[in-house]
Design a protein around this ligand. Structure first.
Ligand code: FE2
Length: 319
């Protein structure tokens, strides 16, 4: 099997550009995931984010996680637990409007650093979307526009810790799923692994921890817009017996009222009649996803398709 795709983004600026774009294309078509290095976010900023996130976990999250585990009585359960994940999380929203000042238990420095980090990630997500446009033969800015809706994209961060787990065979860190949104940028622990993706041949493959890298993956919306040329890929987190895994995943998603549908350039003319991907308003998809996250994506696409045939979406909101 080919190795997990790793992209040195510095190479996009010189002679290596064509070869690097080709690796990105292959990653999007065959992995749904890749890892970027030299992405322009400084190692110093990443180190600070990591340090403050780990301190915050110790100070404000660890005790709550212990109590949650204790209150569920997981120690006594013998069979595999399928309705819970071995993770401790909180969420930050950046766009369309930041909620960082309202999230409890964050100190001022952590708020400030996470705001700065989010701004860099937003720019990186938009740069990556344009690289995807280039590979897809779409005009520059197409994907950003497709996500825009009336208020711009939705952008948020899930800060997670996966504490050491005494019985990883009985509970997942995070059960398998595909991501609902657009493009996802993950700053993951550089020592404690656990994230795995499911290849088309049915093999689970580790997403390798790498210092100062950002893991990129494709969500359901990009699968729809690319008409399946790129696929959102199933992934999960295996809890580890040793070490605490940090995972800071930022979701660059369409605006809630953005209308999502396959890019006409990517739909074969004769195939239009049998188009398998639906056209829908992003927030309607998210309502469905909230209930069906840990199920296969295909029924979600089908459900949206059924809605599409009964509702007139009206003029397409393009900005
Ligand atoms: Fe995910």
């Amino acid at each position: 099997m080919a190795n997990f795709p790793i992209i040195n983004m510095e190479k996009l600026n010189g002679d290596g550009r064509a070869a690097t774009m080709e690796v990105i294309k292959d990653a999007c078509e065959n992995w749904g995931f890749f890892e970027v290095l030299n992405h322009g976010i400084s190692p110093e900023l990443m180190d600070t984010v990591e340090k403050l996130t780990k301190e915050h976990y110790k100070k404000s999250m660890e005790q709550k996680f212990r109590e949650m585990v204790e209150s569920k009585g997981l120690e006594a359960v013998q069979s595999e637990i399928k309705d819970l994940d071995w993770e401790s999380t909180f969420f930050l929203r950046h766009l369309p409007v930041s909620n960082i000042s309202e999230v409890p238990d964050l100190d001022d420095q952590y708020r400030k650093v996470m705001k700065e980090f989010a701004l860099k990630l937003e720019k990186l997500a938009e740069l990556l979307l344009d690289l995807l446009c280039e590979n897809l033969g779409l005009e520059k800015g197409y994907l950003k526009k497709a996500f825009y809706g009336s208020k711009g994209p939705t952008f948020g961060t899930k800060v997670a810790n996966y504490p050491p787990c005494p019985r990883p065979e009985q509970i997942k860190g995070l059960r398998e799923h595909t991501d609902a949104g657009g493009i996802i940028l993950l700053f993951q622990d550089d020592k404690v692994s656990g994230l795995q993706l499911l290849k088309a041949d049915g093999q689970w493959v580790d997403v390798p921890p790498m210092r100062h890298s950002i893991v990129v993956n494709i969500g359901d919306q990009l699968e729809v817009i690319t008409n399946g040329k790129y696929k959102s890929v199933v992934h999960r987190v295996i809890a580890q017996t040793d070490g605490n895994r940090m995972s800071i995943a930022s979701f660059y998603n369409p605006g809630s009222d953005a209308v999502i549908y396959p890019a006409p350039e990517l739909v074969e003319k004769e195939a239009k009649e049998n188009e398998i991907y639906p056209k829908f308003v992003f927030e309607d998809y998210m309502k469905l996803y909230a209930a069906l996250k840990f199920q296969a994506k295909e029924p979600r696409f089908e459900a949206m398709k059924a809605v599409e045939s009964t509702v007139n979406l009206g003029p397409i909101a393009t900005v």
